[in-house]
Ligand binder design. Structure first.
Ligand SMILES: *Cc1c(COP(=O)(O)O)cnc(C)c1O
Length: 377
């Protein structure tokens, strides 16, 4: 059995090596490193895949979120609601822009934004909501959009972990994660479901005016070279990354299916174990399992992680500390205990190896070791 990885990018590369190497060589041979034809063709392919009118590639997922908030004209003091149980990038850019991050709790089953907490946090100063589609499953976008439309709030989707997931509305309409709010933001960090071999990200919208503004902001606020109409940033996807992503986009549905199969294996193995709560799959969203994150109840989560590590099985805690308890984001507005679900999840969750190359032998080994540990207590 090969060593078990949390994410096996080397094994994945071996299967697409010829195409990837060819794409990289094309960029180098043509010296079209910035804004070359590979960027354009990847942009168009991903627009088509997602069913979005405009996709603007950028430097990384964090920039995507920042640029989205800049494009919407959010001003210092405006409140932006997001969850306390997420990767820091979401709240970071809110704070960086001088906006006020308003943290809310998550739902115990889906780990995504709690509709009740979100509603309770809306004030006269609220301008936007940033639902994070955590671990690969969409937040309840229909409810979020209903509330946001009612209160005239922008919805920016952080879909860094859920590219390719489908959301189904009650009328049967199906949309891709990131294409429901006014702007969707994603990341092509190597370990994401659609990852490049460096940094990359994208911003998408159906709104023509916003798209034009975003295109200017990513490029120093200019439309005509050396004429700067906006304060912008420098954030681009380079052509080598775009060439790699162009190859991998064709594999994305297959990759997401492979992840789902691994998740099915885990679900089945742990189904009758009352110390493990396997991920709940929402009726309104497909799950692309960026992570397979389960809860350990009635056993020591950290000891399980150490036990697995002894058997060379990597396992990670996403995330060990909710944002309201992080040094940089602590605030007199929040106390320990304010977000009971997030605080509980930070102590109970553990993410098992999840990637496109897991073999049945590896899955069998991982699940047997997890069960061995939790059953002996
Ligand atoms: C990875 C990630 C980001 C940031 O993406 P980068 O490309 O690393 O900047 C933002 N939000 C979430 C939820 C993420 O998982």
């Amino acid at each position: 059995m090969n060593d078990i990885q949390m994410v096996d990018l080397k094994g994945q590369y071996q299967k697409i090596k010829d195409k990837v190497d060819k794409g990289i060589a094309e960029v180098i041979n043509s010296a079209t490193f910035i804004n070359g034809p590979h960027v354009k063709s990847f942009q168009e392919d991903l627009e088509h895949y997602l069913g979005t009118k405009h996709l603007i590639p950028c430097g990384n997922g964090t920039d995507a979120l920042q640029i989205a908030m800049m494009a919407l004209g959010l001003k210092p003091g405006d409140e932006v609601i997001t969850t306390t149980f997420t990767f820091v990038a979401t709240a970071e850019v809110i704070a960086l822009l001088g906006l006020v991050p308003v943290l809310v709790d998550v739902d115990q089953d889906t780990y995504n934004i709690s509709i009740e907490s979100m509603k309770a946090a809306i004030t006269d100063k609220t301008k936007a909501i940033v639902p994070v589609h955590l671990y690969g499953q969409c937040s309840n976008m229909e409810e979020i959009l209903n509330i946001a439309n009612d209160k005239c709030l922008f919805v920016i989707e952080d879909t860094a972990q859920a590219i390719g997931a489908d959301f189904t509305y009650t009328d049967g309409t199906v949309k891709k994660a990131g294409t429901m709010g006014i702007i969707g933001c994603t990341s092509f960090f190597p370990s994401k479901n659609l990852g490049c071999y460096g940094d990359g990200g994208a911003i998408y919208t159906d709104n023509d005016k916003l798209a034009e503004k975003i295109r200017m902001i990513v490029n120093h606020g200019m439309k005509v070279r050396y004429y700067h109409d906006e304060i912008g940033v420098n954030s681009r996807l380079d052509s080598i990354q775009a060439a790699i992503l162009g190859v991998k986009l064709k594999e994305l549905d297959g990759y997401n299916s492979a992840r789902r199969l691994a998740a099915d294996y885990y679900d089945k193995a742990f189904a009758s174990c009352d110390k493990i709560i396997t991920p709940v799959r929402a009726s309104y969203s497909s799950h692309v399992f960026h992570q397979y994150t389960m809860r350990i109840v009635g056993a020591d989560r950290d000891a399980l992680q150490a036990f697995l590590s002894e058997h060379k099985i990597p396992a990670m805690i996403y995330y060990p500390v909710p944002l309201h308890q992080q040094k940089a984001y602590k605030d007199e507005r929040y106390n320990d205990g304010d977000f009971p679900v997030s605080e509980m999840l930070s102590k109970e969750v553990i993410s098992l190896p999840m990637h496109t190359e897991l073999t049945e032998e590896q899955l069998q080994f991982i699940t047997s070791k997890v069960l061995e540990f939790v059953n002996k207590i």
